[in-house]
Design a protein around this ligand. Structure first.
Ligand SMILES: [Zn+2]
Ligand SMILES: [Zn+2]
Length: 264
Protein backbone atom coordinates (compact mmCIF):
# COMPACT_ATOMS: atom_id res chain seq x y z
CA UNK A 1 0.00 0.00 0.00
CA UNK A 2 1.27 3.46 -0.89
CA UNK A 3 1.46 5.66 2.16
CA UNK A 4 -0.21 8.98 1.39
CA UNK A 5 -1.14 10.24 4.81
CA UNK A 6 0.73 11.05 8.00
CA UNK A 7 -1.59 12.35 10.68
CA UNK A 8 0.84 12.40 13.61
CA UNK A 9 3.72 14.85 13.28
CA UNK A 10 5.37 16.97 15.97
CA UNK A 11 6.91 20.34 15.22
CA UNK A 12 9.80 21.94 17.12
CA UNK A 13 7.08 23.53 19.26
CA UNK A 14 6.64 20.25 21.16
CA UNK A 15 9.31 20.00 23.86
CA UNK A 16 10.45 16.69 22.38
CA UNK A 17 10.33 17.94 18.74
CA UNK A 18 13.72 18.55 17.13
CA UNK A 19 14.63 22.15 16.11
CA UNK A 20 14.79 20.99 12.46
CA UNK A 21 11.04 20.21 12.53
CA UNK A 22 9.87 23.63 11.43
CA UNK A 23 6.49 23.62 9.74
CA UNK A 24 8.09 24.71 6.48
CA UNK A 25 10.66 21.88 6.58
CA UNK A 26 7.94 19.37 7.47
CA UNK A 27 5.82 20.50 4.50
CA UNK A 28 8.79 20.33 2.12
CA UNK A 29 9.50 16.80 3.35
CA UNK A 30 5.86 15.75 2.94
CA UNK A 31 5.86 17.04 -0.64
CA UNK A 32 9.07 15.15 -1.43
CA UNK A 33 7.43 11.97 -0.13
CA UNK A 34 4.19 12.55 -2.07
CA UNK A 35 2.04 12.70 1.05
CA UNK A 36 -1.40 14.14 0.31
CA UNK A 37 -2.80 14.57 3.81
CA UNK A 38 -0.87 15.38 6.96
CA UNK A 39 -1.50 16.59 10.47
CA UNK A 40 0.55 18.60 12.94
CA UNK A 41 -0.06 17.22 16.41
CA UNK A 42 1.95 18.95 19.08
CA UNK A 43 1.53 17.75 22.64
CA UNK A 44 -0.88 18.92 25.26
CA UNK A 45 -0.40 16.79 28.37
CA UNK A 46 -2.11 18.71 31.17
CA UNK A 47 -5.13 20.96 31.54
CA UNK A 48 -2.77 23.73 32.69
CA UNK A 49 -0.96 23.64 29.33
CA UNK A 50 -4.05 24.83 27.45
CA UNK A 51 -3.10 28.55 27.15
CA UNK A 52 0.40 27.60 25.98
CA UNK A 53 -1.03 25.09 23.54
CA UNK A 54 -3.39 27.68 22.11
CA UNK A 55 -0.35 29.80 21.20
CA UNK A 56 1.37 26.78 19.62
CA UNK A 57 -1.66 25.89 17.51
CA UNK A 58 -2.04 29.49 16.33
CA UNK A 59 1.65 29.63 15.35
CA UNK A 60 1.36 26.30 13.50
CA UNK A 61 -1.70 27.55 11.64
CA UNK A 62 0.07 30.75 10.62
CA UNK A 63 3.05 28.73 9.37
CA UNK A 64 0.80 26.36 7.38
CA UNK A 65 -0.93 29.32 5.75
CA UNK A 66 2.46 30.76 4.81
CA UNK A 67 3.49 27.54 3.00
CA UNK A 68 0.79 26.65 0.46
CA UNK A 69 1.20 23.03 -0.60
CA UNK A 70 -0.45 20.29 -2.65
CA UNK A 71 -0.30 18.30 0.59
CA UNK A 72 -3.24 19.23 2.78
CA UNK A 73 -1.84 19.99 6.21
CA UNK A 74 -4.24 19.96 9.16
CA UNK A 75 -3.51 21.68 12.44
CA UNK A 76 -4.36 19.45 15.37
CA UNK A 77 -3.17 18.25 18.75
CA UNK A 78 -1.94 15.12 20.46
CA UNK A 79 -3.84 15.35 23.72
CA UNK A 80 -3.18 13.10 26.67
CA UNK A 81 -6.01 11.18 28.30
CA UNK A 82 -5.39 11.74 32.03
CA UNK A 83 -7.89 9.15 33.23
CA UNK A 84 -10.85 7.38 31.63
CA UNK A 85 -12.91 10.45 32.55
CA UNK A 86 -10.57 13.33 31.74
CA UNK A 87 -8.60 14.63 28.77
CA UNK A 88 -5.95 17.38 28.90
CA UNK A 89 -7.73 19.18 26.06
CA UNK A 90 -11.10 20.87 26.56
CA UNK A 91 -13.87 20.42 24.02
CA UNK A 92 -13.92 24.18 23.52
CA UNK A 93 -10.28 24.21 22.44
CA UNK A 94 -10.73 21.03 20.40
CA UNK A 95 -13.40 22.72 18.32
CA UNK A 96 -10.84 25.28 17.14
CA UNK A 97 -8.61 22.57 15.70
CA UNK A 98 -8.90 20.67 12.42
CA UNK A 99 -8.62 17.34 14.22
CA UNK A 100 -7.53 15.80 17.51
CA UNK A 101 -5.57 12.68 18.28
CA UNK A 102 -5.70 11.41 21.84
CA UNK A 103 -3.14 9.25 23.62
CA UNK A 104 -4.65 6.74 25.99
CA UNK A 105 -1.35 5.20 27.13
CA UNK A 106 0.99 8.03 28.11
CA UNK A 107 1.62 6.07 31.29
CA UNK A 108 5.15 7.46 31.54
CA UNK A 109 3.68 10.83 32.61
CA UNK A 110 3.16 11.35 36.34
CA UNK A 111 -0.16 13.14 35.68
CA UNK A 112 -1.68 10.08 34.01
CA UNK A 113 -3.73 7.69 36.15
CA UNK A 114 -2.34 4.17 36.32
CA UNK A 115 -4.02 0.95 37.41
CA UNK A 116 -3.77 0.64 41.20
CA UNK A 117 -2.13 -2.76 40.89
CA UNK A 118 0.16 -2.36 37.84
CA UNK A 119 -0.11 -5.87 36.34
CA UNK A 120 -0.23 -6.36 32.54
CA UNK A 121 -3.90 -7.46 32.81
CA UNK A 122 -4.80 -4.33 34.74
CA UNK A 123 -2.93 -2.13 32.26
CA UNK A 124 -4.81 -3.80 29.40
CA UNK A 125 -8.14 -3.18 31.05
CA UNK A 126 -7.26 0.38 32.08
CA UNK A 127 -6.06 1.26 28.57
CA UNK A 128 -9.31 0.01 27.03
CA UNK A 129 -11.26 2.09 29.57
CA UNK A 130 -9.15 5.12 28.56
CA UNK A 131 -9.98 4.48 24.88
CA UNK A 132 -13.70 4.18 25.61
CA UNK A 133 -13.49 7.39 27.64
CA UNK A 134 -11.81 9.15 24.71
CA UNK A 135 -14.51 7.88 22.33
CA UNK A 136 -17.15 9.48 24.56
CA UNK A 137 -15.56 12.94 24.50
CA UNK A 138 -17.18 13.74 21.17
CA UNK A 139 -14.22 15.59 19.65
CA UNK A 140 -11.63 12.88 19.08
CA UNK A 141 -10.62 11.87 15.55
CA UNK A 142 -7.91 9.30 16.25
CA UNK A 143 -6.50 7.24 19.14
CA UNK A 144 -2.71 7.60 18.95
CA UNK A 145 -0.47 4.51 19.20
CA UNK A 146 -3.22 2.31 20.68
CA UNK A 147 -2.69 -1.01 22.52
CA UNK A 148 1.07 -0.57 22.77
CA UNK A 149 2.15 -0.10 26.35
CA UNK A 150 5.79 0.45 25.47
CA UNK A 151 5.97 3.77 27.27
CA UNK A 152 6.44 1.73 30.44
CA UNK A 153 8.87 -1.00 29.47
CA UNK A 154 9.29 -3.54 26.71
CA UNK A 155 8.43 -6.61 28.78
CA UNK A 156 5.32 -5.03 30.24
CA UNK A 157 4.29 -3.96 26.73
CA UNK A 158 4.64 -7.52 25.41
CA UNK A 159 2.71 -8.99 28.32
CA UNK A 160 -0.03 -6.35 28.08
CA UNK A 161 -0.67 -7.28 24.44
CA UNK A 162 -1.60 -10.79 25.58
CA UNK A 163 -4.02 -9.61 28.24
CA UNK A 164 -6.69 -7.75 26.28
CA UNK A 165 -9.98 -9.55 26.94
CA UNK A 166 -11.86 -10.27 23.74
CA UNK A 167 -15.22 -9.12 25.06
CA UNK A 168 -13.82 -5.82 26.35
CA UNK A 169 -11.88 -5.28 23.13
CA UNK A 170 -14.93 -5.90 20.94
CA UNK A 171 -17.04 -3.51 23.05
CA UNK A 172 -14.30 -0.90 22.70
CA UNK A 173 -14.16 -1.34 18.91
CA UNK A 174 -17.95 -1.03 18.71
CA UNK A 175 -17.86 2.22 20.68
CA UNK A 176 -15.07 3.59 18.49
CA UNK A 177 -17.04 2.79 15.34
CA UNK A 178 -20.17 4.41 16.73
CA UNK A 179 -18.24 7.54 17.72
CA UNK A 180 -16.36 7.55 14.39
CA UNK A 181 -12.98 7.50 16.10
CA UNK A 182 -10.12 5.87 14.19
CA UNK A 183 -7.21 3.82 15.47
CA UNK A 184 -3.72 4.92 14.50
CA UNK A 185 -1.27 2.59 12.84
CA UNK A 186 2.30 3.69 13.46
CA UNK A 187 4.44 1.37 11.30
CA UNK A 188 7.56 2.01 13.41
CA UNK A 189 5.86 0.54 16.46
CA UNK A 190 3.37 -1.88 14.92
CA UNK A 191 6.35 -3.68 13.34
CA UNK A 192 6.95 -5.20 16.78
CA UNK A 193 3.47 -6.77 16.98
CA UNK A 194 2.51 -7.62 13.39
CA UNK A 195 0.33 -10.65 14.17
CA UNK A 196 -1.65 -8.79 16.82
CA UNK A 197 -2.37 -5.85 14.54
CA UNK A 198 -3.25 -8.12 11.63
CA UNK A 199 -6.01 -9.59 13.77
CA UNK A 200 -7.00 -6.09 14.88
CA UNK A 201 -7.47 -4.89 11.29
CA UNK A 202 -9.79 -7.85 10.59
CA UNK A 203 -11.74 -7.33 13.81
CA UNK A 204 -11.84 -3.53 13.41
CA UNK A 205 -13.16 -3.85 9.87
CA UNK A 206 -15.86 -6.25 11.08
CA UNK A 207 -17.14 -3.59 13.48
CA UNK A 208 -16.71 -0.61 11.12
CA UNK A 209 -13.63 0.93 12.74
CA UNK A 210 -11.38 3.08 10.56
CA UNK A 211 -7.63 3.44 10.86
CA UNK A 212 -5.14 6.24 10.26
CA UNK A 213 -1.44 6.33 9.53
CA UNK A 214 0.87 8.32 11.74
CA UNK A 215 4.64 8.39 12.02
CA UNK A 216 4.79 10.23 15.39
CA UNK A 217 7.77 12.03 13.88
CA UNK A 218 9.80 14.24 16.15
CA UNK A 219 12.44 14.67 13.43
CA UNK A 220 12.31 14.99 9.67
CA UNK A 221 13.71 11.56 8.88
CA UNK A 222 10.41 9.78 9.62
CA UNK A 223 7.99 12.45 8.37
CA UNK A 224 5.66 10.79 5.85
CA UNK A 225 7.04 7.28 6.56
CA UNK A 226 9.70 7.11 3.81
CA UNK A 227 10.13 3.72 2.11
CA UNK A 228 13.33 2.87 3.94
CA UNK A 229 13.91 -0.20 6.12
CA UNK A 230 12.97 0.30 9.76
CA UNK A 231 16.21 0.02 11.73
CA UNK A 232 14.91 -1.72 14.84
CA UNK A 233 13.19 -4.39 12.74
CA UNK A 234 16.58 -5.68 11.52
CA UNK A 235 16.01 -3.97 8.19
CA UNK A 236 13.36 -6.46 7.06
CA UNK A 237 10.43 -4.08 7.03
CA UNK A 238 9.68 -0.76 5.43
CA UNK A 239 6.63 1.15 6.72
CA UNK A 240 4.80 0.15 3.53
CA UNK A 241 5.60 -3.52 4.14
CA UNK A 242 4.27 -3.21 7.68
CA UNK A 243 0.93 -1.93 6.32
CA UNK A 244 0.82 -4.76 3.78
CA UNK A 245 1.73 -7.36 6.41
CA UNK A 246 -1.19 -6.42 8.63
CA UNK A 247 -3.55 -6.38 5.64
CA UNK A 248 -4.32 -2.66 5.76
CA UNK A 249 -5.82 -1.18 2.60
CA UNK A 250 -6.61 2.44 1.64
CA UNK A 251 -10.33 1.74 2.19
CA UNK A 252 -9.59 1.14 5.87
CA UNK A 253 -8.31 4.70 6.38
CA UNK A 254 -10.11 7.83 7.44
CA UNK A 255 -9.78 10.34 4.66
CA UNK A 256 -9.81 13.27 5.40
CA UNK A 257 -11.53 14.67 8.47
CA UNK A 258 -11.96 18.42 8.72
CA UNK A 259 -13.66 20.65 11.20
CA UNK A 260 -15.57 23.02 8.87
CA UNK A 261 -15.51 25.76 11.50
CA UNK A 262 -11.73 25.70 11.57
CA UNK A 263 -11.51 25.95 7.80
CA UNK A 264 -13.96 28.83 7.42
ZN1 LIG B 1 2.15 9.92 22.21
ZN1 LIG C 1 3.24 11.90 19.31
Amino acid sequence: MDIQQDLHIHTFRSNCGKPSNTVQAIIETLEKRNILLAGLTDHIDTVEQQPRFQTIAAANRADVSASPSPCRVLVGAEATMLSPQECALSSEMARRLDFVIVSCNHYHLAVVEKPKNPTPANYASHHLAMIRGAAQLGFVTIIAHPFLNDYCDVQLAKQTMKKYKEKELVETLQQLAKARVALEINPYRVVNALGWFKDLVVEGRRHGVKFSLGSDSHMLVRVGCPPEPIEDAKGNYTPQKVCDSIGLSPEDLIWPFLNPAAVA
